[in-house]
Design a protein around this ligand. Structure first.
Ligand SMILES: C[S@@+](CC[C@H](N)C(=O)[O-])C[C@H]1O[C@@H](n2cnc3c(N)ncnc32)[C@H](O)[C@@H]1O
Length: 716
């Protein structure tokens, strides 16, 4: 079995009890029960389980690229818009991660095998996908006829009630659009079902054609151009005396393949007198030429992956990720949303077993960023990778949760929906130009428990108070090296210096996020750190730094797919617990490159200056071997005092705090200029949809307002 399949298959385990077992997951390394999807039962078990297998059409980059091409239109591409409406793409996540996992019930077993045979493999896979989600999603199933069998721990009470009602009505044949039997005639089908069926048939046909085409090409796991055009033969590396000649890109691509082949079996295929570095040098030159990467980026990729895998990633970066959207469960349910969109000519599917709220759009007759459902806030357009940090955060109802770097609010709205608009979500953003996008999305999505603030995240402990939050998400500004497909300029523009600059800011922000969370929180005490960068400096290195400076430990994120984080990379050595962090890649998961790590705060306050703790975190000796670039990090120690003990400097900054000259880009998009008047922050209080109050207040007043709200909440 291929590595990719193995990995994605992990997602198929039992996650049906997520809502009620969230605490348990957080307290200890979860057993298989912590997985994001449910264990298939009986009939379902016949189908290949898992993330990839549940929806393989979009979970392999080649196919997804095609799907994205098909679906692509200006209207479809969320990146094309800078408006609040389409800001979703920056990554917002789902609401239901924690509740969604409703179970799958034994009812599915009742589906007739005849139907399965009639519909073929593709159709049955799809059915399973839908049926794994909401029971309500059964509307799309022909003759679903489900019966009971819910797992009580898996869904919220409310959802369970709804579900059981639906089940009842389905069983009675009373529910709208519910089909009683597998062999109902076309005439008896509801309009929406006919449309859905037609779309299914079209898609099944295309999939079969694509599969046949793939077989003809003899493509392997990853159907990259590189592999398809691969032709074995004796390859002579060009010498220094060979004339360069005019640029012939197809010749360059051929040479890339040949060199990769030689490097793969170096002892057998190399030319006498040529070293591995000769071939590597040629490869880098050709990759620069053909794909437009700079030398730093290529060396990073070739340092992280084998040559073959680096080429897979590079190739995957050339394609777009699928268009995905998240159902806003504050306003609707996924099956209702899907029905409405199918009715408008949108061809879609559930995103996979790991999410009950995600949908992937294959093609659409209408702009999915401008449908009435979109306008009404029934969904957020956002990359599937953006679901993951919020699922890991697992915010609970009634908590105080911080989203430290929030614009455009995709993850904030997901957090709010998981909290069912209870408690308080603090959505902070340093760039005032991006506040409107948060405000717009909160309003559209019907979020009423959020307070928007405009601070540098590093100053938040002073404003909101240390140890004041139950949970915090730091979806950090980063180099965007995981989202090359969204912003190809990343290939050519990033430098090691810029990566270190990002890491510098990220470390400061992460310490602030940790300082804001209360280790004594009865329900939480968790911090999730995420980036859309694949750089080790910005990910494991940042978390490792926090392990040395604060009383935190890495815990399982509950995300059972994704690769483990690095603990050894080049000259870096990280704490072994970093294997609990998760990495996602375009070529493996067909997601944007992403990093997610969940921390549990064990005690408030900083560690002593030697960075030694009782939790088994990295000790000073483990810092040995840290690369030279880390020297710069020592300079930020002035920032590492917890905000509570640091005297605010003029301008609201901690004494000694340094600021990078410019804010790094986030999500591949250029960040705006650092605002001069950060202290003149605004709180945008999301009251009710359509009535978002914008208040301009002094920092002192803001803090007072926040205290007042907290007091009111505490008093019930
Ligand atoms: C990756 S984006 C956040 C995306 C957002 N979480 C979402 O899912 O919609 C990072 C954000 O951090 C903001 N940012 C950059 N520096 C910051 C700082 N020092 N404090 C707070 N936010 C900052 C950027 O302006 C950008 O909006």
């Amino acid at each position: 079995m291929r590595k990719k399949d193995k990995e994605t298959e992990l997602a198929a385990g039992n996650h049906s009890q997520r809502k009620t077992s969230v605490r348990n997951q957080e307290e200890k390394r979860p057993a298989p029960a912590a997985q994001l999807a449910k264990t298939p039962t009986s009939k379902k078990a016949k189908a290949t389980p898992g993330f990839t297998d549940s929806n393989k059409r979009w979970l392999t980059p080649k196919v997804s690229k095609e799907a994205a091409e098909e679906a692509k239109s200006d209207d479809l591409d969320p990146e094309d818009s800078d408006s609040g409406l389409l800001d979703d793409e920056f990554g917002n996540d789902e609401s239901d991660g924690a509740h969604e996992e409703e179970e799958e019930s034994s009812e599915e077993e009742e589906e007739s095998s005849e139907e399965e045979e009639a519909d073929g493999d593709v159709a049955s896979l799809k059915e399973e996908l839908w049926s794994d989600e909401d029971e309500s999603d059964q509307i799309f199933k022909k003759g679903s006829g489900r019966a009971g069998g819910k797992e009580p721990a898996s869904a919220s009470d409310e959802e369970e009630e709804e579900d059981s009602e639906e089940e009842d009505s389905e069983e009675d044949g009373e529910g709208p659009g519910v089909m009683d039997s597998d062999d109902e005639s076309d005439d008896e089908m509801l309009d929406i079902e006919k449309k859905a069926q037609r779309l299914d048939e079209d898609r099944a046909r295309r999939e079969l054609e694509a599969e046949a085409e793939g077989r003809e090409m003899g493509a392997g796991d990853m159907q990259t151009n590189i592999q398809q055009e691969f032709e074995p033969g004796h390859f002579i590396l060009p010498g220094a005396d060979d004339e360069a000649g005019p640029l012939d890109l197809s010749a360059v691509l051929r040479r890339i393949k040949e060199v990769a082949r030689v490097l793969d079996k170096f002892q057998d295929l190399r030319e006498d007198g040529r070293s591995r570095s000769d071939y590597m040098e040629q490869l880098k030159k050709d990759l620069e030429e053909y794909y437009g990467y700079n030398r730093f980026m290529l060396e990073t990729l070739l340092g992280m992956f084998s040559v073959a895998e680096a080429l897979e990633l590079i190739e995957a970066n050339e394609g777009k990720r699928p268009i995905t959207l998240r159902t806003n469960t504050l306003k609707t349910r996924r099956r209702e949303l899907a029905a409405a969109l199918i009715n408008r000519g949108v061809n879609l599917d559930p995103i996979g077993k790991w999410s009950k709220v995600g949908l992937v759009v294959y093609e659409s007759n209408v702009p999915v960023g401008a449908t009435p459902e979109y306008m009404a806030g029934h969904y957020m357009l956002q990359g599937a990778s953006s679901f993951l940090p919020v699922m890991a955060l697992a915010p609970q109802e009634g908590e105080q949760v911080l989203d430290m770097a929030a614009a455009p609010g995709g993850k904030t709205t997901y957090i709010a929906s998981l909290m069912r608009n209870s408690g308080i979500v603090f959505a902070n953003e340093v760039n005032p130009l991006r506040l409107k996008s948060i405000q717009g999305n909160l309003q559209r999505m019907g979020v009423t428990n959020a307070i928007v603030s405009n601070y540098d995240g590093r100053d938040l402990p002073k404003m909101l108070g240390t140890n004041s939050m139950d949970r915090a998400l730091l979806d950090a500004p980063c180099s965007g090296t995981g989202v090359v497909s969204k912003d190809p300029t990343v290939k050519a523009n990033k430098s090691q210096a810029e990566i270190w600059k990002c890491a510098h800011l990220q470390k400061q922000l992460l310490l602030a996020a940790i300082d804001l969370v209360d280790a004594g929180s009865k329900t939480g005490g968790y911090i999730v750190y995420s980036t859309c960068s694949i750089m080790v400096e910005e990910n494991e290195n940042v978390v490792n730094y926090a392990l040395r400076k604060r009383h935190v430990k890495v815990v399982s994120s509950g995300l059972d797919f994704g690769r483990p984080g690095y603990i050894r990379y080049r000259e870096f050595r990280f704490h072994p617990s970093l294997t609990e962090s998760r990495r996602f890649y375009p070529h493996v998961h067909n997601l944007d490159g992403f990093f997610v790590c969940k921390l549990k705060k064990m005690a408030n306050g900083p560690k002593d200056s030697r960075g030694e703790g009782e939790d088994g975190e990295a000790s000073e000796s483990e810092e040995e071997g840290v690369p030279a670039g880390e020297e710069e990090e020592e300079a930020i120690d002035a920032d590492e005092k917890p905000a509570s003990s640091a005297a605010p400097a003029k301008g609201g900054r901690q004494a000694g705090a340094k600021r990078p000259a410019a804010e790094p880009a986030e999500d591949g998009a250029a960040a705006g200029p650092v605002p001069k008047k950060r202290r003149e922050s605004r709180i945008l209080k999301a009251a009710k949809p359509g009535k978002v109050a914008v208040q301009k207040q002094s920092a002192g007043k803001q803090a007072g307002a926040v205290k007042k709200i907290k007091k009111q909440r505490a008093e019930g």
